[in-house]
Write a protein that binds this ligand. Structure first.
Ligand SMILES: [Ca+2]
Length: 168
């Protein structure tokens, strides 16, 4: 057996590797790199005041104490298989923690909590189990199926708050 060291070009995520010697072509060797998952999340309430933290497989991906309408898409490399995504509430000053999360890229399924809501209160969590399959993005259609359009949730002072009110 002959061992060859092959450098896969940047940007190639899956396909076949062949070796060409003179005019002779080898067999095709299937190749797939890690899956590329795109995660977008934020505050979709009409008041942009809520703060969330994102973890994937227990590792902090995004942690910033500023309310954001839209964080991402964050590009995360993940091996094929099942992975855990966690969105944690950090701040919801008005007591209504409006959130959304979207998955795109090499994701074939998402299960778990609601992808949008108004109850991601401080120190609570939303959990998602995603299945990653490298190269899925190119074969999947339509990939928008896993995404929710940004429609702002209405919040007003008359609304009942979803989060326990803390007095400092
Ligand atoms: Ca809010």
């Amino acid at each position: 057996m002959l061992v060859l060291t092959v450098v896969v070009p940047d940007g190639a995520s899956s396909g076949f590797i062949t070796v060409k010697v003179a005019e002779l072509l080898s067999n095709e060797y299937p190749f797939s790199g890690p899956g590329q998952v795109l995660i977008t999340f934020g505050d979709n309430g009409n008041f942009n005041d809520d703060v969330f933290k994102l973890l994937v497989n227990g590792k902090v991906i995004y942690d910033n104490n500023q309310p954001e309408r839209k964080v991402g898409p964050l590009n995360i490399s993940l091996e094929d298989g099942s992975h855990t995504v966690q969105l944690t509430g950090i701040r919801a000053d008005d007591g209504i923690a409006t959130y959304y999360i979207e998955f795109a890229g090499d994701v074939t399924s998402v299960t778990g909590d609601e992808l949008t809501g108004r109850d991601l209160c401080p120190n609570t969590h939303k959990w998602y189990q995603i299945t990653v399959e490298s190269g899925a993005e190119v074969t999947k259609s339509p990939k928008q199926a896993l995404r929710v359009p940004m429609i702002l949730q209405q919040e007003s002072a008359e609304d009942t708050t979803e989060c326990p009110v803390t007095t400092n």
